[in-house]
Every structure is written in C-alpha cells, then in structure tokens.
Design a protein around this ligand. Sequence first.
Ligand code: MG
Length: 179
Amino acid sequence: MPNHRRPTAEIPPETRSSKLRTRIGYGWDSHEFKRGIPLKIGGVTLPHPRGLGGHSDGDVLLHAITDALLGAVAAPDIGTLFSPSDSEWKGADSAIFLAEALRRVREAGYAVANLDSTLILAAPKIGPHSARIRARVAELMGLPADCVGVKAKTPEGMGTDNAAIAHAVVLLEKKITRR
Ligand code: MG
C-alpha cells in the first residue's frame, strides 16, 4: 500500500483483538458489462465481446475476495483503500488490491485457510473457464487449488443480465508462532 494516504477507517492498535483463532470475511461486488474492453474475472482474461467497466480492470471476483479479506481483519474496505477518484488506480490490475489485502491479513497474524465464491452472470458461461480461474485465484492467494471454490450461476429473474456479480467468503486461521 503506497503511504500517500492514511485511510480514516483504521482501527487503533489498542482496540484490536488478536485473540481470535479463526476469522470469517465476506465480500460482494458488481460491475456493468461494456463493449470494447477485455473481460477479466479472477485474474483471467476470458474471450467475450464485452468486459466489465470500472475504474480499475473491473475484476469483480478479485474485488469481492479483496473485500472479504479486508473485512475478516476489520480493515478499511477496497473503495476506501483504493479510491475510484484516485487516478493512480485507473485501469489498475486488481491483483494489486488483493495483494494489499493479503498483506494486511498477514500483518494481523493470520493466514487464509480457504475461500469460496459465487459468480452471478448471464454470459459468458464460466464452466469452461472455471478450472483456469480457480488455479489463478489460488496462485494469487498462495493457496492450493482445492482450497478455492469458484461457482457460477445465471441471474434467473433478477434482471441483472448486463452485470456481473460476485460473492466471496474467506476463513482465516491464526498463525502459530513458535518461540
Ligand atoms: Mg469493484
């Protein structure tokens, strides 16, 4: 995290709890489809005529995972740390956001145990790409692929065919420190 900004939602050290053995985190995001930009989901570029709009690369899945990680350690959320009004993050690779969230998880003394996620989008079909997405997300998170769930559903009756939605939950475990 560049030190040019001090987020206002930081929790003072004296009020932090480091006693929890496990922590859970949840994140959600949505982005609108737009023509003429690449579609990136889970750090993978998928073949599709439309991509996801947004200030960064619009990677809805990495944004949901990032917020789940940040939430698990009660850190400021993705929009606070990486403001859409900041030109520094225009077109940014969302892996940068995920890396910062993982750094904060480690700093808080935790490691990611596993992650589960659900994508909701009308098209493209995720099935043919899900193994590649799972492998890339696992790589970015430093997890075995069997600790990363990536499920996909179509938005039946929701009227959100022009958007991609992602939900993510993470489980953190306290790192054991030997002395
Ligand atoms: Mg987003």
